[in-house]
Each structure stands twice: as C-alpha cells, then as structure tokens.
Design a protein around this ligand. Structure first.
Ligand code: F6P
Ligand code: MG
Length: 546
C-alpha cells in the first residue's frame, strides 16, 4: 500500500474552496457542509427536520412570481480586515465538524492515534524507570494524557491552559477567552484546535515534578533520521568538504554554476519536508527512500510537481544579497531529523558561497506537531553527526563525511554564523497574520532579515490563515500583514502540500485545482505536490505598531 492509499482510505476528497465569484450558498464547500448538516464559521446547523407528525404534509411551497428576481450577489469573501479574527479567517475556516474533510480526519482519527502512540512511548519509559517518585510522577502524566485523549474523542470544550510557567500561557489564554469561549475540539477552526491539542500535551508534562521537558516524540524523530541513511550519505559524501567553484571559470560561468547549485539545493530543502512523521506513521524504509531521493533526475522530474513556482525570483533575491545587504537569512524551521539535515545542507551552501553571512534558525520550545524541531533535536542532530554511531552499516568514508559536516556546522554555531532561536510565539494557536500584533518583538526581529524561509505545511497554513482561499489567490494577498505591513521582510514558503489550503497557483489556479480534484483524489494531502512562493514584503520601511 502506498502512503497515498493509506491516507485516502479513511476519508473522501476534501471539498474545494469557493471561488471569489461564487456565492457561498452555491460553492462546493457549502454543498458538502449541507450534506453534513453544518454551516461554516461556527453557526448552529440549520433546522431541516420535518414536523415529525405521521401523515402531515411535508413542506409548503409558495409561488413567488411577483417578487423581484434574484440578484447576482458576490460572496462576502474575503472578509473585510476589521471583521477578521482567529475564529473568522478571511475565507471560510476549515473545522473538524466538516465531515468529509482532512480537518475531520485529523481531529477525529489522526490526533487520537498520535496521542495513543505517545502514551505507548511514555509507558516504554515508565518500564525502564527505577525511582519510585519518578514512576509515580510519570503515571500522573499518563493519566493526564488519557484525559486529553478522552476530551478529544468526546469533543470537549477548550479550557484555559494551566499556568505551568511557560512563556506562552498568556497568549493562549487571551486567545481562548477572546475568540473561543465555549468552543470545542471540533467546532473551533482546525488550526487552532490542533495546535491547542499539542499545547495540552505539553501541559501533561510541564506540571509534573520530574518530567517537565519530556518529549514523547523524541524516539520517533531519532529513529526516522537513522532510517534515512541512504539520503543522508548521498548528501554528506558531496558536501563533506566546503563547496567551491570549479577552476578556470569566467565570472559568468561561476554565477551560473552557483545558480544551478542553488536551484537543486532549494528543491532538496523543499522535498525534505515530505518526510513528516505526523503523516508517515508506519512507513516502510522503501517508501522513505523514494520520498528522500536526492538524485538530479528525480529532482527535475519533481519540479513539475511544484504547482506555484517562484524559484527564479527566489534566486534573483538570493543572488543580490551578496552585493546589497548584510546577507542574513532566517529559517522558520519545520521538522527534525532528515528535513532539518536538508535545511542545514542548504544553509551551509548559502554561507560557503558567500550569498549569506549569517543564518538564524527558529525552532519550537517544546514538542509540536509530532516532528517539529526543538533545541534538543537541533543539538541531537549536530552531535550525533559528529560523535554518534547511528549508521553501523555505513562505510568509514561515509561516516567520516558526516563527522566532517557535523564539525563544520558546530563551528558555525560557535562562531555565531548559525544561531538557533526559539520564540514562544511559534508554539501558539495564532496564525502569522497576528504575528505583528501578538509578537511585535519577533516581527521587528524578522524585519531585519534579508530573507525568511518558512518551511513546511503548518507554517504555510499559519501564513495563509488556514482557510479556503481560492487557489488562484496571490500569495502576497493570502499572507496579509506578513506581506503588507511596513517592514515585512521578503518571505519564501517552501512547502509540500499536505493539507487543504492551497494558494499561489497563478491566474489559472482555480481550474488547475478543480482538475486535480477530479483526477487525483487526495492530491492536497499526499505531499506529492509543492509550492515555492515568494513575497516581496516591505523591507527597509520603518516598523510601526498600532
Ligand atoms: O495534522 C495535519 C498537519 O498539520 C498538516 O498540515 C501536515 O500534514 C502535518 O500536520 C504537518 O506538516 P508539516 O510538518 O509539513 O508542517
Ligand atoms: Mg512539522
């Protein structure tokens, strides 16, 4: 069974978003809501019941021949800026109660499964523990996880986060109080409800005495990297030595050589995102290998799967960094292990080529969406490359290539050329439309970057407010203030498509998406397609906060 089969066999295709010209009542997304007896954005289901009295007539039908004819009303999407809030995104939100949607499959099936596996992991740890106090404390963590699983399955209301000393507590509780009072796991927007689940999982441990920093996904993350050995050495054998130009090239040829390298490494960094653990539970080694193929031929074949492709513009931006700016590039990271390794190979090239002088990596403060990078994952990668014995079957040359790269990367860190950061905002339920207002310090910090890469699906969902914007929507419109606010940096989203929101497909994007809906069930969640989208932002302008 392929990943694709596995993912589609428990839910039918996701409804496509309404186009800007469609009225809401006529849109495909609305008709699927109607089937499920639901309306978007949290309103109560319409009452469609009949009288229930046996023999009573069904419905009255009036003849309305003297009323004015129906008007061609435009859909109210996108909402006006002042009416947008976390419960009311610019276009219709995805919510867990949309029965035939990935949101529903995730909230109803995938998240309980992920929690169940997390409990198994803790039990494994429990069985290896000898100290009574620690055992008793860990059992309480498991009990809290059980409670969370039950709440999730019973669609419980979202309660405030307990004050566990984390820096994000006020952000969470403010958002719950302002926008999600009385909302539950299924009727809150999917993005918020899913993020909330990971925050609650964190709480299961953060209130404990001995297990505050325990990562229920750590074993999985390490294991997947260890199983990626072919692709790992494919890259380390090429990049063990710092990259340099071939001898005897003209300036023009050197630039072209650099451009070609940049294009291929951008794709490696992009497709590294398809091995995300939350989707690839139980993947075979063969399946992982085919997803991680880094060969040139495979890459040119995969370029046609980049449905919104701004790579040429991206190259122009990066090429000009050397001359025009200080060359600071930021990565808002996604997944640990192989994806992080690809990000680092890419960042390494950007430094070696002189295109960038400094790279800042932004990770999560605690375990998040299964495979996201935490500080521990970051250190684990660099240290196990340098000192570890992860790949017993590798040749001495292969092991040495990995060690050399690991040592170089650690050196970058100690020289301050690579900096790892973990702002609390990255682990909140807010989308990045709210980044300037909810995390002004972070926005100001990012505004000083020359280019910010956002890696992966979740970051893309957060950039685009995770709502049913038409696929032809321009990326810069879809990301709102992150493009339009004064001082917004240049942004590039490198994302393999693994969930419903799809924008930036160009003027014919709606037709393209419609065709894929018909021809390739599940194309929005398979990770087979991708986007590389650039926003020019308003760099250099003074950042102002209202
Ligand atoms: O659970 C769904 C989801 O949030 C999807 O958006 C995506 O498939 C996955 O989890 C996370 O993907 P990524 O690691 O690329 O952000
Ligand atoms: Mg992730």
């Amino acid at each position: 069974m392929t990943t694709f089969d596995r993912m589609t066999d428990y839910f039918p295709p996701t409804p496509s978003p309404p186009s800007e010209t469609e009225t809401l009542a006529e849109s495909p997304i609305m008709s699927s809501f109607k089937e499920a007896n639901i309306v978007p954005n949290g309103a109560a289901p319409p009452n469609t019941e009949t009288t229930g009295v046996e023999g009573a007539p069904g419905r009255m039908s009036l003849k309305l021949s003297h009323l004015p004819s129906k008007k061609d009303i435009k859909a109210p999407w996108p909402r006006t800026p002042s009416s947008i809030d976390p419960n009311n995104p610019p276009w219709p939100a995805f919510r867990g109660y949309h029965t035939y949607s990935f949101a529903h499959a995730t909230m109803g099936h995938r998240l309980p499964t992920i929690l169940g596996k997390a409990i198994d992991d803790v039990i494994l740890t429990l069985n290896q523990e000898s100290e009574e106090d620690r055992i008793v404390d860990l059992i309480k963590c498991i009990e809290r996880m059980d409670t969370l699983k039950t709440e999730l399955q019973e669609h419980a209301k979202l309660r405030p986060i307990i004050d566990d000393g984390e820096a994000d507590v006020p952000l969470w509780n403010k958002e719950i109080a302002k926008y999600f009072q009385g909302k539950d796991f299924m009727n809150a927007p999917w993005l918020f409800a899913e993020a909330y689940k990971y925050r609650r999982l964190r709480e299961c441990f953060s209130v404990s005495k001995y297990w505050q920093t325990y990562d229920v996904f750590f074993r999985q993350k390490c294991d997947t990297f260890s199983r990626s050995y072919e692709a790992v050495f494919e890259l380390s054998m090429r990049f063990a030595e710092p990259w340099r130009h071939r001898d005897g090239l003209t300036d023009e040829q050197r630039l072209e050589e650099e451009r070609l390298m940049f294009m291929e490494l951008t794709q490696i960094c992009l497709w590294g995102n398809s091995t995300d653990l939350s989707l690839l539970i139980n993947m075979t080694e063969e399946q992982i290998k085919s997803l991680q193929s880094t060969g040139g031929e495979a890459l040119s074949a995969t370029e046609k799967n980049i449905l919104g492709n701004h790579m040429n513009r991206l190259w122009e931006i990066v090429r000009d960094l050397r001359e025009t700016t200080g060359g600071r590039i930021d990565f808002v990271l996604d997944n640990a292990g192989f994806e992080l390794y690809c990000d680092c190979v890419y960042a390494d090239f950007l430094l070696q080529s002189g295109l960038a002088k400094e790279v800042r990596f932004h990770g999560k403060r605690y375990p998040w969406f299964v495979s996201d990078v935490t500080k521990k994952d970051w250190s684990w990668l660099l240290n196990s490359m340098t000192y570890g014995h992860l790949f017993p079957v590798a040749t001495e040359e292969e092991k040495e290539s990995l060690r050399r790269m690991g040592r170089r990367w650690k050196q970058y860190e100690s020289e301050g050329k690579w900096v790892y950061e973990q702002h609390p905002f990255w682990c909140t339920g807010y989308t990045f439309w709210d980044l300037p207002s909810e995390a002004p310090d972070l926005f100001l910090h990012l505004s000083r970057s020359d280019l910010v890469f956002f890696k992966g699906d979740l970051n893309h969902r957060k950039l685009t407010y995770d709502c049913a914007a038409p696929p032809s929507t321009e990326f810069e419109i879809a990301i709102g203030p992150m493009a339009s606010a004064a001082g917004a940096p240049k942004i590039c989203s490198l994302r393999t498509i693994k969930s419903d929101v799809v924008v930036g497909l160009g003027p014919n994007g709606d037709e393209l998406a419609e065709r894929l809906d018909k021809e390739e069930e599940g194309w929005k969640i398979s990770g087979k397609y991708a986007v590389v989208l650039v926003s020019e932002g308003r760099p250099g302008e003074k950042v102002r906060f209202a």
